[in-house]
Ligand binder design. Structure first.
Ligand code: ATP
Ligand code: MG
Length: 412
């Protein structure tokens, strides 16, 4: 039998990696709290329609990457490829209109059927920030500021560049769309098959194509800049000014578009040149039309998602978990005392390693390997005297400590 493997594009997060993974989530959660975002979660699967309606049928995600299936009751279900659609669905389902601006932080696994490579998996994880019910450019500035603060706390802000663009308001898009149709329409023969389809349904999407031939054409495509209405222009200006005031450097990237249908105005990405082809670490934008598209009352929104795996790849390993204490009983009588002491210590929040068996030498070795700060040795002699021997495993220093003082000594 072939060796048992996880499904292609999925991977196990073993304890060492998990510590780094959790550090990213904890850092993000904490920074989000500092800005007034509250953690929430939505189900890992939704009705397929939630994603199809919001992300757009011509998006790569909906057209090629969704894990969709009919469940045993015949419902069309999809494993979530992203968080935004689910959170907006939850906003509508739970009648949260009275609670705007609704500011959420979330994290969890996402699923996309893609070609697996470094930084690109079929099950991956995202941290996510959303603000629903805020139309002001200050909200755009805030969500980008949260992102920058998280990257700063992870020590990777200076490895990233904030790229910013505007996709304009719906009115700007009408003129721009026409310009794109004219331009790409003149080069249909050079467009990829996917992009020919996009030309009819959503020409803006061509700008985000990964096909090389398409990319060559995109390089000379008209820019939205010329088609912005005064209101859209002012909005973009206000976002840039706000970021300037917040001390967040940015690069305007006039060709940046996002892969999903629901974006308006602000689009942004934090990118890095340190992860090869998978250089987008965190990305998002404004989605003023989305809630309505999902069947809710017109409600503006803005948010972003960051790939946890990519954030882990970019950040430095964290120092190991807090050190624990190993208890090493010698002889059957000491075993009982060791169990009692272990319970006492754990109740007082001291982590305890109690090796299941083996001689003292083996247990010492194991304590060392686990990185324990100290070993407590209890033998018949110590039992009789009501003491324990405490060995500092870093310095090697050994002291005899009365049983009653053990807890305070080991806590210190
Ligand atoms: P890409 O252009 O790399 O495919 P995307 O535009 O599809 O990215 P988003 O939908 O914006 O990505 O997702 C936000 C973030 O989630 C990305 O910037 C990335 O960090 C992460 N991400 C997206 N897809 C994957 C994946 N398959 N594996 C790992 N991380 C991913
Ligand atoms: Mg993608």
């Amino acid at each position: 039998m072939a060796q048992l493997q996880p499904v292609r594009g999925t991977h196990d997060i073993l304890p060492e990696e998990y510590a780094r993974f959790r550090h990213v989530v904890d850092t993000a959660r904490h920074a989000a709290q500092l800005f007034g975002y509250r953690e929430m979660a939505t189900p890992i699967f939704e009705f397929t329609d939630v994603f199809a309606r919001s992300m757009g049928e011509t998006s790569d995600v909906v057209s090629k990457e969704m894990y969709s299936f009919a469940d045993k009751g015949g419902e069309e279900i999809t494993l979530r490829p992203e968080y935004t659609a689910g959170i907006c669905r939850a906003f509508i389902s739970n009648g949260l209109q009275q609670h705007v601006p609704f500011k959420a932080f979330a994290w969890g696994p996402m699923f996309r059927y893609e070609r697996p490579q470094k930084g690109r998996q079929r099950q991956f994880h995202q941290i996510d920030i959303e603000v629903i019910g805020a139309a002001e450019p200050q909200a755009d500035v805030e969500v980008i500021s949260v992102a920058a603060e998280i990257l700063r706390r992870l020590g990777i802000l200076d490895k990233c560049v904030l790229e910013l663009n505007t996709l304009g308001d719906p009115e700007s898009r009408i003129g721009y769309r026409k310009a794109l149709v004219d331009y790409f329409g003149g080069h249909v023969d050079r467009l990829s098959e996917d992009s020919r389809r996009r030309l009819e349904k959503n020409p803006l999407r061509i700008l985000d194509s990964k096909d090389e031939g398409d990319r060559a054409l995109v390089a000379n495509a008209p820019l939205i800049e010329e088609y912005l209405t005064p209101a859209a222009r002012d909005f973009f200006r206000a976002v840039q000014d706000g970021l300037g005031a917040a001390g967040i450097p940015l690069k305007v990237s006039p060709r940046l578009v996002r892969g999903l249908d629901y974006y308006t105005h602000t689009a942004f990405e934090f990118t890095t040149d340190m992860l090869g082809a998978q250089g987008t670490v965190l990305a998002g934008g404004r989605y003023d039309g989305l809630i309505e598209q999902l069947g809710g009352k017109p409600t503006p929104g803005i948010g972003w998602a960051g790939g946890i795996e990519r954030l882990v790849l970019l950040s430095n390993p964290q120092p190991a978990a807090p050190h624990s204490v190993a208890i090493i009983p010698i002889g059957p009588a000491a075993e009982a005392e060791a169990a009692k002491l272990a319970a006492e210590l754990r109740r007082a929040d001291v982590a305890v390693e109690l090796a299941y068996g083996g001689n003292a030498g083996k247990r010492f070795k194991r304590a060392d390997k686990l990185g324990c700060a100290a070993a407590v040795v209890i033998g018949d002699d110590e039992l009789a005297k009501g003491v324990a021997k405490v060995k500092d495993l870093k310095s090697g220093e050994e002291t005899t400590v009365p049983r009653g003082e053990l807890l305070s000594k080991l806590k210190a």
